[in-house]
Design a protein around this ligand. Structure first.
Ligand code: F6R
Length: 240
């Protein structure tokens, strides 16, 4: 992987936003892989200026994951987050930006349907990734198969604690999610993993330099030929 160390999160966001803006100018119907959580917010923020005056009407996108059983209208459903942070401010066509369907009805088919939609779009051009403190990417928690495809997973206690800040209490954080698999993520043509802050240092070191192991799902990026890792000094502090 190419590792880029930036002074702070806004600087990281700017670098990745430049790359995405270049991609969209070259390929107006580019397929973006979208992450939620705090990490990619500076990317989406920087894209507001980078994309002004660029025709984004054809841009397509697939979110990494969604909570299962959450009301899609809940402000913290990933559908709502993507709509609020990405689709609306950047002027993307909502019909072209998808999140996995986390509704309970039909959940057993939702993974396959999502895989088929990604396939039909011709695959993801650039996948934005954050990483969990436990090394997850998407919501592929430790133990996830490198061949996995979009499916329902149980969130770890750690992840639910990490994400409790978005909800009134940890009890409100859903127990399950539907997430692109590691195998799905690895099929994207370019992976861009961002991480900021000391809390991510261990996960970043494991992902970039550690043994390739299902115990640290982020280490799957070592199997991919085109990976860019954008980290601040704190998140890079455990790299050799
Ligand atoms: C979000 C996702 C997760 C997050 C990770 C880090 O779509 O798939 O892997 O990227 O949990 O979350 P933050 O960025 O909030 O620290």
């Amino acid at each position: 992987a190419e590792v880029i160390i930036v002074p702070d999160a806004p600087a990281g966001g700017a670098i990745v936003a430049d790359e995405i803006a270049r991609l969209i100018r070259r390929r107006p119907d580019a397929v973006l892989g979208l992450a939620t959580g705090s990490t990619p917010l500076p990317v989406y923020e920087a894209l507001r200026t980078r994309l002004s005056g660029v025709d984004v009407s054809q841009v397509r996108g697939f979110a990494l994951d969604e909570y299962v059983g959450i009301d899609p209208a809940h402000p913290e459903s990933y559908r709502s987050v993507i709509s609020r942070e990405v689709v609306e401010p950047l002027g993307f066509d909502p019909a072209r930006i998808r999140t996995p369907d986390g509704s309970l009805e039909g959940i057993e088919h939702a993974g396959d349907a999502y895989e088929a939609a990604i396939e039909e779009a011709g695959g993801v051009d650039l996948q934005i990734l954050g990483i969990g403190t436990d090394g997850h990417i998407g919501f592929n928690e430790p133990g996830s198969s490198f061949a996995s495809r979009t499916r329902v997973k149980t969130l770890t206690r750690q992840t639910r604690e990490d994400n409790a800040r978005f909800f009134d209490s940890i009890d409100d954080v859903p127990m399950h999610c539907i997430t692109q698999g590691l195998g799905t993520i690895l099929r994207a043509r370019h992976l861009v993993l961002l991480a900021f802050g000391a809390g991510k240092a261990e996960a970043v070191a494991g992902a970039v330099e550690g043994p390739v192991s299902a115990s640290l799902p982020g280490s799957a990026i070592q199997l991919h030929p085109h990976v860019t890792v954008v980290v601040d000094e704190a998140a890079a502090s455990r790299l050799r």
